[in-house]
Design a protein around this ligand. Sequence first.
Ligand SMILES: *[C@@H]1O[C@H](CO)[C@@H](O)[C@H](O)[C@H]1NC(C)=O
Length: 236
Amino acid sequence: MVFCTLKGRRSLPSQKKADMECVVQGIIETQHVEALEILLQGLCGVQRERLRIHEICLKNGPNLGLVASEVRLLCDLEQTEPSWTVRHIGGAMRGAGAEQISVLVRTMVESKVSKNVLRMFYTLGYKLDHELLRVGFSFQFNRGAQITVTVSSVNKMLKLHATDEAVPVTPGIQMVEVTAPASAENYTEVAAAVSSFCEYLAPLLHLSKPGVSTGVVPTAAAAAASLMSDGGGTTL
Ligand SMILES: *[C@@H]1O[C@H](CO)[C@@H](O)[C@H](O)[C@H]1NC(C)=O
C-alpha cells in the first residue's frame, strides 16, 4: 500500500491514533435536524461543536505494481487555527463475526500533516478525485466508547478549492455519522456501545453500515414534533 511506504518520511505525521473505527451512517431531512440536535444534547450532556470541513479526496491508480490507494485530506475551517489531517480508510472487517454486527468495523489511520501535504501527494502521483465541504455540527462524548456523532450537509465546490462557493449535493438532506475509535482487542465492545446508542436515535433516523442505503424513517416527523414540543427532556 502506497500509504505505508510514506510513513518514514519527515513530512508525514507524527501521532497515530486508534487504528480501527466502528462506523454507522444515516440521513435525515434538514427540517428535523433541530430535533435531532435537541435529542443529542439531552443524551450526551455536552455542547455541540460547529464544523466546516474541507475534504479533499485523492486517489492513486493501480500502477507500477502498486494497488490503488485513496486518502482524504481534511481541514476544519471552524477551528481558530485550521490544520490538515490525512485519513486513510482501509478495508472493512470481513467474516462471519463482522456480518453479524450492525456496525462496520474498518481500519483507519489518521495523522496531522503540514500545509504542503497536497503538493506532496501530487508529487507522489495522487490525483484529485473530488472535494467536498461538510457544514454542520458534532457531539463527542463517552458512552461505553468514545463516540462522535456528526451531522452535516455535504456541499460540492463550483471552483477548485473555492470553499466559499459551495452548493449542497443533496438539498434538504443531511448526513449523520456515528463513529468510535477501536482496536483489534476491543472492537466488539465498541461496536456494541455504538449500536446501543443508535437505538435512541431510531425514531428520527435509521443508522446502518456505510454503503447500505437506507432512506429517511417514516416516524421522523412525529418524533421530531414531540421532541420540539417537550424540549427533549422526557425522551429517555
Ligand atoms: C478501544 O481501543 C482504542 C485504541 O486503543 C481506544 O482509543 C478506545 O478508547 C478503546 N475503547 C474502549 C471502549 O475501550
